[in-house]
Design a protein around this ligand. Structure first.
Ligand code: PGA
Length: 249
C-alpha cells in the first residue's frame, strides 16, 4: 500500500529561533498518525530542524538542491551536503523555482537523476497555470512536465519518487482545486504512469495535492481515492493548522 504523506513547505519563512519554536510546538502536538509527516525549512535551518526533531518521527526535507556533486556553483547546495547533514529528502520542481528561478524540465531531470542516484526521496512538484486550465490544456501540460522531468527513469527508480500536483493558480491564493478537480487530475496522473510503466508503479507512487490546503478543506481533499496527502505551504507555518491538516488524513 502506498504511503500517506503530509509535508510542510516553509519556503523562505522562519528564522532559526522561530524554526526551533515551531518544531518544538509541532512535536508536542503531533497526533498519532500512520501518515509520514515532513517539514521543509530553509537550507540554513535544516541543521536546527534536525536537532529540534531528534526524538520525533517528523522528517526533514530540503526545498531544492543542485544537480552537481560539488564545484564552482556559488550559492548552491549539493545532495552530498544534505546527506551529510542527515537530510535524505528534497523538494524539486516547485512552481516558484520554475517561475522565479527559471528551472526547466531539463534542469529538473538532472536534479532528479542526482537525487535518485544518491537514494534520496524526491517530492517532485508540477502543475498547470490558470491560463492553461482555462484553455483546457491542463492535462497535456501536466503530462509534459511528468514526461520531461521523470519518464526517463526506470521503474525501479520510482520508489524514490513522491509526486506533488500543485496547480499554480491555487498556490498561496486561497483558491483550492475542488476535491473533484484534484481527484480527476490525480487519476489522470496515475493512468499516465500506468501506461508508461505498469499499474504496480502507478499504484505505489504517492500523489500529494498542494495549493491552499487548509484545516477546513483538507478532509474533503484527502478523502479522494487518488489523493495520498498534501504539500502544505502557508498552513504549515502554524502548528495548530498543520496539526489539524495531519489529523484530517
Ligand atoms: P500554499 O502553498 O499551501 O500556501 O498554497 C503550497 C505550496 O506552494 O507547496
Amino acid at each position: 500500500m502506498r504511503a500517506k504523506i503530509v509535508a510542510g513547505n516553509w519556503k523562505m519563512n522562519k528564522n532559526r529561533d522561530e524554526t526551533e519554536q515551531l518544531l518544538t510546538e509541532l512535536s508536542a502536538k503531533l497526533p498519532d498518525t500512520d501518515a509520514e509527516v515532513i517539514v521543509a525549512p530553509t537550507f540554513v535551518n535544516l541543521d536546527a530542524a534536525k536537532s529540534a526533531l531528534e526524538s520525533s518521527t517528523i522528517g526533514v526535507s530540503a526545498q531544492n538542491m543542485h544537480f552537481a556533486d560539488s564545484g564552482a556553483y556559488t550559492g548552491e547546495i549539493s545532495a552530498d551536503m544534505l546527506l551529510n547533514m542527515g537530510i535524505d529528502t528534497v523538494i524539486l520542481g516547485h512552481s516558484e523555482r520554475r517561475a522565479y528561478f527559471d528551472e526547466t524540465d531539463e534542469l529538473l531531470a538532472k536534479k532528479v537523476n542526482t537525487a535518485v542516484d544518491k537514494h534520496m526521496k524526491v517530492i517532485f512538484c508540477f502543475g498547470e497555470e490558470l491560463e492553461e486550465r482555462k484553455s483546457g490544456n491542463h492535462f497535456s501540460v501536466v503530462e509534459t512536465q511528468l514526461k520531461n522531468g521523470l519518464f526517463h527513469l526506470d521503474g525501479q527508480a520510482w520508489k524514490h519518487i513522491v509526486l506533488a500536483y500543485e496547480p499554480v493558480w491555487a498556490i498561496g491564493t486561497g483558491e483550492t482545486a475542488s476535491p473533484e478537480q484534484a481527484q480527476e487530475m490525480h487519476a489522470f496522473i496515475r493512468k499516465t504512469i500506468a501506461e508508461a510503466y505498469s499499474s504496480s508503479v502507478a499504484d505505489n507512487v504517492a500523489i500529494l495535492y498542494g495549493g491552499s490546503v487548509k484545516p477546513d478543506n483538507a478532509s474533503d481533499i484527502f478523502s479522494k481515492p487518488d489523493v495520498d496527502g498534501g504539500l502544505i505551504g502557508g498552513a504549515s507555518l502554524k502548528a495548530d493548522d498543520f496539526v489539524a491538516i495531519i489529523k484530517a488524513i
